[in-house]
Ligand binder design. Structure first.
Ligand code: DGY
Length: 336
């Protein structure tokens, strides 16, 4: 019956995944390259069995109730905090994500931010474009070297481990990390050391966050955590905005309580300022580099994400358990 299954894709993704789906299902692709409105989303899911969503689509119980035939939601992201997984599980709907195909891309972007902040690349670029470069400056744009310094990784999963490897092998940094489990392989190969959060915050010269957004990780980095960091610390966030308190971050950067930050995700995304009335704006500060949630934006990662999401839909619709199911408990009592 798969050839008759209807699949809705809420926004253009790389063609590879779409082509895979088109071979075996009846695909409706919303062509507008913008966030789908709630109205269009509710209408779009009406008759479908499969939904390929992106992280800006809020897929809650109401969306699921508007889709009585919906069997599988494949999120084109590793994070799935935009989906009410519990509501899906209650309704017998399978939810999948795209882990394991963007580890390099995200780690590379975290590395790009580390170097951009430490070597003040964006600030220096603005200076140069403004034709302020008049003569070589013996004291101009000085920043810290990274060799021999300590990298603190909060969340040593696939992406955190990939970054650990990169900064250890490429930059000669020492690694400390927090996680709920010990990563024996990295401890052996890189001499990485699992420490408490307190110790990491105090010891690390660069701190990079790699945890999912959960109630327990919301504002994991807040005023108290910034107070424990070195004045020379650099914070990198490529995970989810609300993991770092925007107010606390902006205060820490403004008061030079830390050296700098590289931020790819925002607490009130896509806004880069949750509260325009509080005089705390990241965008006016020189010691922060901002990018618009692009850490996974490599050709390779995005193509792999599209084919992985498509494969998950095709598997679920042909009664094969998708490899990337996030609510496996639903499988035996899924909608058929
Ligand atoms: C994800 O996959 O969760 C990223 O934030 C976007 O690639």
């Amino acid at each position: 019956m798969l050839s008759k299954s209807k699949v809705f894709i809420t926004r253009p993704i790389p063609e590879e995944g779409i082509a895979l789906l088109k071979k075996r299902a009846n695909v409706t692709l919303r062509r507008a390259d913008s966030v789908i409105s709630r109205r269009d989303l509710l209408k779009g899911v009406g008759k479908v069995e499969g939904l390929l969503s992106i992280l800006t689509d809020k897929i809650d119980g109401a969306v699921m109730d508007a889709a009585p035939n919906l069997k599988v939601i494949a999120n084109y992201a590793v994070g799935f905090d935009n989906i009410d997984v519990e509501a899906a599980t209650q309704r017998g709907i399978v939810v999948t994500n795209t882990p394991g195909v963007m580890d390099e891309a995200v780690a590379e972007h975290a590395l790009a931010l580390i170097l951009a902040v430490s070597r003040r690349v964006v600030e220096a670029d603005h200076f140069t474009r403004a034709e302020k470069y008049k003569a070589w400056m013996p004291m101009g744009f000085i920043g810290p070297s990274l060799r021999g310094k300590t990298m603190g990784i909060i969340g040593m999963g696939r992406i955190g481990s990939t970054l650990a490897q990169m900064v250890h092998d490429g930059l000669g940094m020492n690694i400390v990390y927090t996680d709920f489990q010990i990563n024996k392989q990295l401890e052996k190969e890189l001499g990485a050391k699992k420490v408490t959060m307190n110790e990491l915050l105090k010891r690390a010269d660069v701190i990079s966050v790699h945890v999912p957004l959960l109630p327990s990780t919301t504002h994991l980095i807040d005023t108290a955590e910034f107070k424990k960091m070195k004045k020379t610390a650099i914070l990198i966030n490529t995970s989810r905005g609300p993991v770092v308190s925007e107010k606390a971050l902006t205060r820490a950067l403004k008061s030079k309580a830390i050296l700098g930050a590289g931020i790819d995700v925002f607490e009130c995304e896509p806004s880069i300022d949750c509260d325009p009335s509080d005089q705390l704006e990241l965008k006016v500060l020189d010691n922060v580099v901002l990018t618009p949630h692009i850490a996974s934006a490599t050709n390779e990662a995005r193509i792999a994400m599209s084919t992985l999401a498509a494969t998950a839909i095709l598997d679920a619709l042909s009664n094969k358990k998708p490899k990337t199911i996030v609510n496996p408990e639903v499988w035996s009592r899924r909608r058929r």
